[in-house]
Write a protein that binds this ligand. Structure first.
Ligand SMILES: [Zn+2]
Length: 304
């Protein structure tokens, strides 16, 4: 049931107009338009080996050596990625005052770089590393610089970039030297929720609070296969909220959806923004209600 871009964009614009306090959840599909590869295909199945699990990362030094050696190469793709048209369109919708909260399962910070402010980074952020013993934090690029200095042979390797700042590199990682916490010698981990890890309660609470104030849910570019995202759709369904999904593939929440657009993200979102923008400007001229919404938006700040 693929729809044309114009048809899906017009329907999405109407959906937003009818529910101008949206709770948005985004996933990897938004960032694949920025050149960041994802893990799953259109059927929600793994395209490649699943990512490292929290338990094995913490338990095994060999796993951490392999992880950081590959990240030294693969993280460049994540750092250099630019916001896509989909990120920009969602930032434009926030500026129109129609987004109550945007919850992202991505860890690349591209929503913030596109200008979105009402964002919860549900699964954390890849540009920070955190000591698992003393909570000491450090910017990831600074840690990578240290590790590159400690491992010149690895730093010069090249490999295909993989999801989450990983790289497709197989080598003997036993000689790799991992940079540990400079304060206590503890284990550094990206400030990212891994599989097998839990979403910190304050983020879940912030996401839930936004949902309580929303009129509808819009899922963008996500298969909702991960329970931490899917659970909000179940809650929204229980609350009787309409749930729309814009994505190329199937979602775990298909049975809960009231609206579904199986279509490319950037053109459809851009089309919807173009349809809504003149109407919002017209409202703005009279001072109501979108200028009030804008004050509301500028007052709030992101969670991360
Ligand atoms: Zn520490």
């Amino acid at each position: 049931m693929q729809k044309s871009v114009a048809q899906a964009g017009a329907e999405l614009a109407r959906f937003i107009e009818q529910h101008p306090k949206l709770w948005v959840i985004t996933g990897a599909g938004v960032s694949t338009d920025s050149g960041i590869p994802d893990y799953r295909d259109a059927n929600g199945q793994w395209k490649r080996s699943p990512p490292v699990q929290h338990g094995e990362f913490m338990a095994s030094q060999q796993v951490r050596k392999r992880y950081w050696a590959r990240a030294l190469i693969g993280f460049k793709a994540l750092r250099e990625a630019q916001p896509s048209g989909a990120h920009k369109a969602l930032a434009a919708l926030e500026a129109m005052g129609v987004i109550e909260l945007l919850v992202t399962q991505n860890v690349d910070r591209l929503h913030q770089r596109a200008g979105s402010r009402r964002v919860v980074d549900l699964h954390g952020r890849a540009d920070l590393v955190k000591c698992m013993s003393c909570d000491y934090q450090m910017m990831r690029h600074a840690m990578h610089s240290e590790m590159a200095r400690m491992n010149p042979a690895f730093a010069m390797m090249e490999a295909t970039h993989a999801p989450d700042g990983d790289a497709d590199l197989e080598a003997d990682f036993s000689a790799f030297r991992v940079f540990d916490c400079p304060r206590c010698g503890g284990i550094f981990k990206p400030d990212v929720v891994y599989y097998g890890d839990v979403v910190p309660p304050q983020r879940r609470v912030a996401a839930e609070a936004g949902l309580k104030n929303a009129q509808a849910v819009l899922a963008v570019g996500t298969s909702l296969m991960v329970f931490s995202g899917y659970r909000f759709c179940r809650e929204a369904h229980a609350m009787g909220l309409p749930i729309g999904s814009l994505s190329l593939g199937v979602t775990r929440a298909d049975a809960l959806l009231t609206h579904q657009w199986r279509a490319p993200l950037t053109p459809v979102l851009t089309h919807a923004v173009e349809q809504l923008a003149p109407r919002h400007r017209a409202l703005d001229t009279h001072g109501l209600p979108s200028s009030q919404n804008r004050q509301g938006a500028s007052r709030s700040s992101g969670s991360a």
